[in-house]
Design a protein around this ligand. Structure first.
Ligand SMILES: [Fe+2]
Length: 268
C-alpha cells in the first residue's frame, strides 16, 4: 500500500473498533465471455487509471494487500464499491477471485452496474432495471441495499446510494438500524454532500427516478445528517481524499484503492 490514511473518531465506545476502508478499486479485466472490443476498452481503462493513480502497483494487488492486511491485523474490511470498472464478465470474475472466502462488508458503486455505450436515456433505464438484479445475483454474499454489523457497541452500516439515490427499502432498513439505539457510522459510495445525490430532479442518465424516489432519498439524507446516533459517513466515488464537517457531522472521502491508498479508521 502506498498510503494508509489514519482517522480517529471518538464516539464513546468502551473498546475501540478498527476498520479498513477501501473504495474504487477499478479492476480492469476482460475474459473469454467478453466481446473483443471490451479487451481493448479494458486495456485503455487500465492505462487511464495507471495515469490517474500514479501508483506502482496494480489495483488487483492493492485489493489483495488490503484483504491480507485486514485479516492479519484484525481490522473489519469495508468496501464502498466500484470494485469492477465495468459490469463485464472479466471484472466480475476477478472480484470473485480476490474477495471470495474473505470477510468484507460491501456497498456497490455505480460501476458495478455500468457498461459503456448506452446511447439513450430509455436504453439506460432499461439497462439498469434489468442489469442491477443480475449483478446482485452474481454476488449473493453481499447485501447490496443495506448491511450492518455491530462490533464493540458500534453499528457499522453500509447503505447503497450508488445510483445517486437511497431507495425506499434502504431507508426502511436504515430506520431499523437506528432503532438498535447504538452509535452508527455509515458507509456509502457517493459522498453525502455529492451534488448528484442531493439533486432534487432528474440528472442521472441511467436511472429512472420518480418524484417519490427523490423525496425518499432526501428523507434518508436528512436522517443521516440530523439523527444524533449517526456519527460520521465514509464514502468514495471522487477518488480523492476529503474530510469535512457536513451538516455538523464528519464526512470522510477515501481515495481510490487503485492509487494504493486506503483508510484505517479507529473508532473509540
Ligand atoms: Fe470510482
Amino acid at each position: 500500500m502506498e498510503n494508509i490514511i489514519q482517522t480517529i473518531l471518538e464516539v464513546g465506545l468502551e473498546k475501540p473498533v478498527k476498520i479498513l476502508h477501501i473504495t474504487d478499486v477499478h479492476l480492469t479485466f476482460a475474459d473469454e465471455n467478453d466481446p473483443p472490443e471490451m479487451h481493448t476498452t479494458m486495456k485503455d481503462r487500465e492505462a487511464l487509471f495507471k495515469r490517474e493513480g500514479g501508483a506502482p502497483g496494480m489495483p488487483s494487488e492493492y485489493f489483495e494487500e488490503a484483504i491480507r492486511l485486514a485479516e492479519k491485523e484484525g481490522y473489519l474490511l469495508v468496501c464502498t464499491g466500484d470494485v469492477c470498472d465495468l459490469n463485464i464478465s472479466g471484472c466480475r470474475a476477478e472480484f470473485h477471485r480476490i474477495a471470495d472466502g474473505h470477510d468484507m462488508m460491501f456497498s456497490p458503486g455505480g460501476h458495478e452496474t455500468q457498461k459503456r455505450y448506452v446511447r439513450t436515456m430509455e436504453e439506460g433505464e432499461a439497462y439498469v432495471r434489468t442489469v442491477r438484479p443480475q449483478v446482485e445475483a452474481a454476488f449473493p454474499e453481499y447485501d447490496f441495499l443495506l448491511d450492518s454489523r455491530v462490533v464493540n457497541g458500534l453499528n457499522i452500516v453500509t447503505a447503497d446510494n450508488s445510483l445517486d439515490y437511497y431507495s425506499a427499502e434502504t431507508l426502511a432498513r436504515f430506520r431499523k438500524e437506528l432503532e438498535k439505539g447504538l452509535p452508527v457510522i455509515v458507509f456509502s459510495h457517493d459522498p453525502i454532500f455529492d451534488t448528484r445525490l442531493n439533486a432534487v430532479e432528474k440528472t442521472h442518465p441511467d436511472v429512472p427516478l420518480t418524484e417519490e424516489d427523490y423525496r425518499i432519498s432526501h428523507e434518508m439524507i436528512d436522517l443521516i445528517n440530523t439523527h444524533p446516533l449517526v456519527k460520521a459517513t465514509f464514502t468514495g466515488h471522487s477518488h480523492r481524499a476529503d474530510e469535512r464537517i457536513h451538516e455538523g457531522k464528519p464526512s470522510f472521502v477515501t481515495p481510490g484503492l487503485f492509487k494504493g491508498i486506503c483508510r484505517l479508521i479507529e473508532v473509540r
